[in-house]
Design a protein around this ligand. Structure first.
Ligand code: PMV
Length: 316
């Protein structure tokens, strides 16, 4: 390989259908190409990974000692897949993607490490294989992940995802503008997923019906994206937020941000991902974007990211 190579993977956000997707309903996730994780690979004397954001340094021995760690798992799984020893490279990771907030930072970092190790051997693994390797690592974080995060990040395309069905990527040609706002509250996805499971077990009929309603609006969501129907998509985001509230995965701060966005002219808004904290997403139009942005900041959002579909420019 060349002395230095950089590659990247995008963040992702779930637009519609989180939680219900675990129960075999469809969900839609979209890449957030404007914020990314990067890996720079340099030839060196021995294998190591440097996490630039935290200053941590992992050599092979440290990784081998941490069996259940996400980093060591993606390294081990990738090397097993390639059937090679660790290459003599240093992989430096930087990421603009906030951690533990539903934007897929873990899956993006796993993706760039997997690709970088293959690159060190001047090879490219098929996306399908990378997706499976990253999924195995997601299981360490999330217990029973649906697989939606790794899929949208590895393929970097909107995905209509249903657990039992073949991969269904699609292109969005119409222009949609979104804002993502961070509550600043860290929340662990496996906890909210576990709590929803307890609710479901307590009343399968009631919660099964909520999952089905979410699944139905996801089908309309795909139509809205394909036909460029912003009003419909906004309404669906709002309906999905109501159903997520019923699953108890919203929070006071998420509700405040959603209400502020709607009051400032957003076409629709909802939490995204595991909930209880993390991020919300608002659909805006050109006229309302600035107002909604200010309203979110005024309501206490810690970070507001603006992005669009299709992306204006992708990274490396
Ligand atoms: O919090 P995130 O963005 O990783 O999303 C979790 C989405 C859930 O549907 C709640 C769980 C899953 O595995 O799909």
């Amino acid at each position: 390989m060349n002395d230095i190579q950089t590659l990247s993977a995008p963040a992702k956000i779930i637009l519609l259908g989180e939680h219900a997707v675990v129960y075999n309903q469809p969900a839609i996730a979209i890449p957030v190409s404007q914020i990314r994780a990067y890996a720079t690979t340099k030839v060196s004397e021995q294998f190591s990974i440097v996490a630039q954001n935290t200053g941590e340094h992992f050599d092979l021995q440290t990784l081998n000692n941490q069996i259940d760690n996400a980093l060591s798992s993606i390294v081990r799984n990738t090397l097993e897949q390639l059937n090679k020893p660790a290459p003599n490279v240093t992989i430096s990771i930087t990421s603009d993607i906030p951690v533990a907030s539903g934007l897929g930072s873990g899956a993006a970092v796993s993706t760039v490490i997997c690709k970088s190790i293959a690159l060190a051997y001047e090879t490219e693994l098929p996306l399908e294989t990378i997706n499976e390797l990253v999924y195995q690592v997601e299981k360490i974080h999330h217990g029973t992940p649906s697989g939606i995060d790794n899929t949208v990040i590895v393929y970097e395309k909107p995905v209509f995802y249903k657990r039992s069905e073949p991969l269904n990527l699609f292109e969005v040609e119409h222009h949609f503008e979104f804002l993502i706002a961070d509550t600043g509250d860290k929340a662990l996805t496996h906890i909210s997923v576990g709590d929803v499971r307890k609710l479901y077990v307590s009343n399968k009929e009631k919660y099964g019906e909520i999952f089905s309603k979410i699944g139905e609006l996801v089908l309309f969501g795909r139509k809205a994206l394909l036909s460029g129907n912003r009003m419909l998509l906004g309404t669906l985001l709002n309906q999905n937020q109501d159903l997520l509230r019923q699953l108890t995965v919203s929070s006071e701060r998420l509700d405040q941000l959603v209400d502020s966005a709607l009051n400032a002219g957003a076409l629709g808004a909802k939490l995204s991902g595991g909930g209880r904290g993390g991020n919300m997403i608002a659909l805006v139009d050109h006229a309302s974007r600035e107002d909604v942005h200010h309203a979110l900041v005024a309501a206490g959002a810690k970070n507001v990211i603006s992005f669009s579909l299709p992306p204006e420019n992708k990274g490396i």
